[in-house]
Each structure stands twice: as C-alpha cells, then as structure tokens.
Design a protein. Structure first.
Lengths: 115, 112
C-alpha cells in the first residue's frame, strides 16, 4: 500500500514536555510538509522540506522543530516553547518536477492535546 | 472525531442535486489550484487540480472552473451523494516552491 502514515493518531502532552509526531511516506516523493489545523481555520504551514537534510520554516514555525534524515521520514517535534500546541497536525508530501507545482497528498493526521 | 471548521459557511443540498462550492483566491500571480475534501477526523483528500493555462477541468462527477479575471475558483459536484458530505478546501500556489495557501473551507451537507 502506497501512502502517508502518521502516528500516533491521538497524543496527550503535559505542560513543559516536548513531543514528537511521526510522518512516513512510501510514495518516493521528494518534498514533505507539516501543517497545523485549528477549528474554523484552514491549514497553516509549519515547516517544509524539499530534499534530505534540508528544510525551511513555514508561516508558524516558532515552537516547532523538524529533521529530514531520510527521504521517507519527516518527524515534527512540538517543544515546550509552543504556547498553544493543542491542534490537529497534518503531514503531506508531493513530487517535485522541473519547476512545476504538484498536488500535496496528506496523511491521516495526529490530534495533539495539552493536559 | 476532530471537529473541523466549527463556524464554516455551509452549503446544504438534497441528495441527487448538483452542488457548486465557490472560492475566491488572493494572488493574481497564483498559477496552480487544488480542491481537497476533508471528512471529520481525517486528513484532506485530493479531489482535482487545475493550472492557470486552463479554465475548466473535469474529473469523475466533479468539475473545476477557474476565472482568472475575477480570481474565482469553483467546484461542481454532479448528483451529490451523502458520502460527499465533508468540508471542502481550495488551495492556491502563491509562489515559492510548492507552497500552498488554503482557504478556510466550506461545509457541504447532503440531505436525503
């Protein structure tokens, strides 16, 4: 089965803790992305990566960190510096082809709740 | 499940009717657009895309129309079914490599 997997589906964090959300894809896509979704809002970009060992900040990167050590994997760490981390987190991936844009395909999401 | 879009605009249609969901985009330089469907508690699902050199594209039961003059995008769903009930998002590429900007979404409610 080809696709994007995210784990866990639900995650609970205590105040002051760092937590890491997993994202794996077997679509052989070059680019991977992390978004945050809050009720009543569209998706907002946290970080993206076009190639292994390289990544860029999106619109709301503060309090988050990522790594891209393998093409298939793009984990997101929500640090204690993120003031309002309760949200639905979505990972996506896309092909990169010669300067033209391509659709992003999404995983099933992780719901993070701060206790 | 996850409550997506608690206060979104809602389009209510009868089963079997055609649905039209509209989206106004922000950047006249955007040249790639996508429609996604999101069911409660799930990730967005790709429906159809269109590039700016086209004004219409058809898929299975769906048609996307692009009017660059007024920066307007629409998604038409033929013979709407209960399984089409979801939140629908449009997204535009505003420049920057594959960086998408998403609209807030429209909830489609299909009634039997």
């Amino acid at each position: 089965d080809g696709g994007i997997t995210q784990s866990p589906k639900y995650l609970f964090r205590k105040e002051g803790q760092n937590v890491t959300l997993s994202c794996e894809q077997n679509l052989n896509h070059d680019a991977m992305y992390w978004y945050r979704q809050d009720p009543g809002q569209g998706l907002r970009l946290i970080y993206y990566s076009q190639i292994v060992n390289d990544f860029q900040k999106g619109d709301i990167a503060e309090g988050y960190s990522v790594s891209r050590e393998k093409k298939e994997s793009f984990p997101l760490t929500v640090t204690s510096a993120q003031k309002n981390p309760t949200a639905f987190y979505l990972c996506a991936s896309s092909k990169l082809q010669g300067g033209s844009y391509n659709a992003q395909f999404f995983g099933p999401g992780t719901r993070l709740t701060v206790l | 499940g996850e409550s997506v879009g608690l206060h979104l605009p809602t389009l209510s249609v009868q089963e079997g009717d055609n649905s039209i969901i509209n989206c106004a985009y922000s950047n006249s330089a955007s040249d790639y657009f996508i429609w996604y469907k999101q069911e409660s508690g799930k990730g967005p699902q790709f429906i159809i895309d269109i590039r700016s050199n086209m004004d219409k594209r058809q898929g299975q039961r769906v048609t996307v129309l692009l009017n660059k003059t007024v920066k307007h995008l629409s998604l038409q769903i033929a013979a709407t079914q209960p399984g089409d009930s979801a939140v629908y998002f449009c997204a535009e590429n505003t420049g920057g490599y594959n960086k998408l900007i998403f609209g807030a979404g429209t909830r489609l409610a299909v009634h039997p």
